[in-house]
Design a binder for this molecule. Structure first.
Ligand code: IMP
Ligand code: MG
Length: 420
């Protein structure tokens, strides 16, 4: 298997958690590479739903070693409670989870700064998850961020915190800011002592031993800081480039890129969304697909499949296969529309525009498809109704990739696997 990357090709919430969990049956190591606790990866095992924000979904498979790599911004409060949550399910975490000492911290001040920034943006606000992600990446790129390993170098920590308090333009002048940050660091020093390590070295050794490594993406490519619908994006690279950079592995070691494609589009937060559905399909899809944010509980905006966006995401990431999710949700609708191109500035285009305002003005050119047909309880790909199979073929053609699997329900087993 070598190194497999799993990425979302839409605006997140494609069902990556379930896809990674499935692929982890054959993995030795699972790695979170970018983003932070803004992610919400839902996996249903034995009827029990787990939502993971920071740990790789691989943690639910006991023989898989798990890593949180340098590119992730880590909120230790969230991580500590997630470790408790997983251990309460009877799964061991200690000795199986390592966090890169190079990863940056999300501190309580980052959440406060984010709330203030969103407030100041008024009508222009992004609609973030309020997990402090943007401000933590700003400190990192400003080069006054605090890293996981800093917590253990007690002689340097106070100076680093002091620098942050002075250099962060939005830190304000709260007199007890440094003490507050020091408290947070002290509170988690034992945990960090147990789990911090040289993830990058360890991954290099794993690659050398030809172990099977799964790089687990979070968010989706259309939320990528460079290639997404800027400024309505998250603060890191969410595609295959972000995974490789975040994990610190050689790009040449990647031999498989799995793109996860939900059968329809969703988006949480603000920003352009050309194929957003009208009623009654919007509510029908949201209810049938339980489209509420796993991190914030916000209702997700729902839309028809956008092949312009899919071609763009698949092509920039060089996906080798796709996993199609939630075909069962689409099968509940009595009509199916698909956007094949955009009408924009008086002409038709297949290109996904770089400018968000331009994307806002694009009108989808739809084709009607047959309703997908009943897919409940199906266990083999060959049993898909003809219209469902045609829908999957259309996605494969747009992505220019092979099929990994089609998911037709929430549970681990509701998966139609392609053999290749
Ligand atoms: P942030 O990542 O919290 O800064 O939020 C920036 C944008 O990305 C907002 O529109 C969020 O709703 C969206 N976002 C961030 N993480 C996720 C995710 O895991 N799933 C879906 N949307 C996300
Ligand atoms: Mg999610």
């Amino acid at each position: 298997m070598g190194v497999t990357c799993v990425i979302g090709l839409q605006w997140g919430d494609e069902g990556k958690g379930k896809v990674v969990d499935g692929l982890c049956r054959e993995a030795d190591v699972a790695v979170r590479c970018q983003g932070g606790a803004n992610a919400g990866h839902t996996v249903v095992v034995g009827g029990r739903t787990s939502i993971l924000h920071l740990m790789p979904s691989g943690i639910l498979r006991e023989r898989v070693r798990c890593m949180i790599a340098a590119g992730v911004v880590v909120d230790l409060d969230v991580l500590a409670s997630e470790i408790e949550q997983v251990e309460s399910m009877g799964l061991s975490v200690t000795g199986r989870l390592m966090v890169s000492s190079r990863a940056h911290l999300v501190l309580p001040i980052h959440r406060r700064i984010e709330a203030a920034a969103e407030d100041m943006l008024g009508d222009e606000k992004i609609g973030t998850t309020m997990r402090g992600i943007g401000p933590a990446y700003m400190d990192k790129h400003g080069r006054f961020g605090i890293r996981v390993g800093d917590i253990l170098s007690t002689d340097r920590l106070a100076a680093r915190l002091d620098l942050l308090a002075r250099l962060n333009p939005m830190a304000g002048r709260a007199p007890d800011l440094v003490e507050e940050m020091m408290d947070y660091c002290s509170r988690h020093r034992d945990l960090v002592g147990e789990i911090a390590g040289d993830v990058e070295h360890d991954l290099g050794m794993s690659i050398g031993r030809d172990e099977r490594i799964m790089l687990e993406g979070s968010q989706g490519f259309l939320l990528d800081i460079d290639f997404g619908t800027y400024p309505y994006v998250t603060s890191c690279n969410t595609g295959v480039h972000g995974l490789v950079a975040g994990a610190g592995i050689p790009p040449s070691s990647v031999d498989k890129v799995v793109g996860v494609v939900k059968s329809y589009m969703t988006r949480v937060g603000r920003g352009p969304f050309p194929t957003e559905m009208e009623e009654p399909y919007h509510s029908l899809t949201r209810d049938a697909g339980r489209e509420y944010g796993a991190t914030t509980g916000r209702p997700r905006r729902c839309g028809w499949m956008d092949l312009v966006a899919l071609r763009y995401s698949a092509s920039l990431n060089g996906v080798t296969s796709i996993a199609v999710t939630k075909l069962d949700t689409l099968s509940r609708l009595d009509a199916v529309k698909v956007c094949r191109e955009y009408e924009c500035s008086g002409g038709r285009t297949h290109a996904f525009p770089a400018d968000g305002r331009m994307l806002e003005r694009c009108v989808p050119v739809y084709g009607e498809m047959e309703p997908v047909g009943d897919v409940e309880g199906i266990s083999r790909l060959s049993d898909l109704p003809a219209a469902g199979a045609a829908y999957v073929d259309m996605l494969l053609e747009a992505a220019g990739a092979e099929l990994e699997f089609v998911s037709v329900g929430a549970g681990r087993d509701a998966v139609l696997r392609a053999r290749h």
